[in-house]
Design a protein around this ligand. Structure first.
Ligand SMILES: [Zn+2]
Length: 74
C-alpha cells in the first residue's frame, strides 16, 4: 500500500468560495451542492428568499381573521 503515490497522482481538489458561508467549497462533480460547500448552505440560501416570500404572503392572512386586533396587541 503506497498511499502517498495515490495522493500525488490525484489532481488537487478545486475549491471555490461558498456563496452562503464564504468558506471553501469543493467544486467537483461529487459535490452536488456546488457552488455551495454543503447541503446546509444551499438550503439556507434558498430558504432566505423563500421565507421572505412566504412572510410577505402570509402576513395579511395571519391574525386578522382569527384574532381581534386587541388580542394581537396584548
Ligand atoms: Zn458554505
Amino acid at each position: 500500500m503506497t498511499g502517498h503515490s495515490d495522493s500525488a497522482s490525484a489532481p488537487p481538489p478545486r475549491t471555490v468560495r461558498c456563496p452562503a458561508c464564504g468558506g471553501p467549497s469543493l467544486y467537483a462533480p461529487e459535490n452536488r451542492f456546488r457552488p455551495f460547500c454543503s447541503e446546509r448552505c444551499k438550503r439556507r440560501d434558498l430558504g432566505d428568499w423563500a421565507s421572505e416570500r412566504f412572510r410577505l404572503q402570509a402576513e395579511p392572512d395571519q391574525g386578522i381573521d382569527s384574532l381581534p386586533p386587541d388580542t394581537r396587541l396584548q
